[in-house]
Design a protein around this ligand. Sequence first.
Ligand code: TYM
Length: 322
Amino acid sequence: MPRILTGITPSGTLHIGNYFGAMRPAIELQAGGDAYYFIADYHSMTAITNAQERRGYTQGIALDWLACGLDPAKAVFWRQSDVPEVCELTWLIGSLTPMGLLERAHSFKDKTAKGIAPNFGLFAYPVLMAADILLYDTNIVPVGKDQKQHLEMTRDIAIKFNQTYGDTFVVPEERISETLAAVPGLDGQKMSKSYGNTIEIFGDEKVLRKKIMGIVMDSRTPAEPKPDAEKNLAIQLLRLVAPKDVATDFENRLRAGGLGYGDLKKALFEHYWNYFAPYRVKRAELVANSDYVEKVLKDGAERAQAVASKTMARALQHCGLR
Ligand code: TYM
């Protein structure tokens, strides 16, 4: 059975890009594999520096995953920092990772270009991510397109370690769904916790309605035919949350002319709101049951640790630290 692993960083509130790009594929895969899903709290260190905020986002992500269908009977679910071996492995593989490889990382270049002060953590971020993946003998990593390069780096690092010290790590494969790989945000750019363009999975109804009704469109009148209807942002988002025939019908009406943008956005909001309705109910139940959530994470950490300690022992042995 292939081992499937993925993580989400608690650096903000989760949005539908996270959901469609990573969570839903991971939840679908949990039935057919050996699933390992975690909250990447060490990764959040480079994004936020407020302790209370970090705890809050971590707890929020635990609730979100479980509400959206992560099943602890099928998947191991834990907090990254509960298995600190991942930091030890980061050092081992980091000692073989060329500077040039890390200097070419898009996420590092993007963040520094945005004015974020570069530090060791930001630079070494892909090494920690590689350690996450390699520590658990991972075969498949379901992620969004923005993580593609990190997966390529992980493969390079694993191959180099195996060549240097002998066969130690499984070389993983990424799993990126073409249609869901890059969910656009309210401004048409990639939806991202750090761009302020998100549609949250679990947001306040009024706020979300306002956000969606506020999507800026062009100035063509409702009557005008729109031959580029498939490129319309609301249509693209509707494709995610509405049944296929409903989304196609809206797209055809927009193309033909006669459908106003206001009505389209209203439909988008309604379908979005209904799509997540059952998960909202589940989340509210979980909020009232925080002991259960904590127990799931603790049990998950124990199971994750059992795998991690074996890989770590092998890596230490192979490079002569034991
Ligand atoms: P993070 O927290 O930024 O994102 C979590 C997951 O959501 C996907 N994603 C998207 N997919 C489609 N469209 C979007 N607009 C969109 N925005 C985000 C991301 O691709 C990701 O799959 N470094 C990682 C967390 C991580 C990890 C790992 C992932 C740490 N270790 C090991 C996999 C394996 C991150 O910050 O993702």
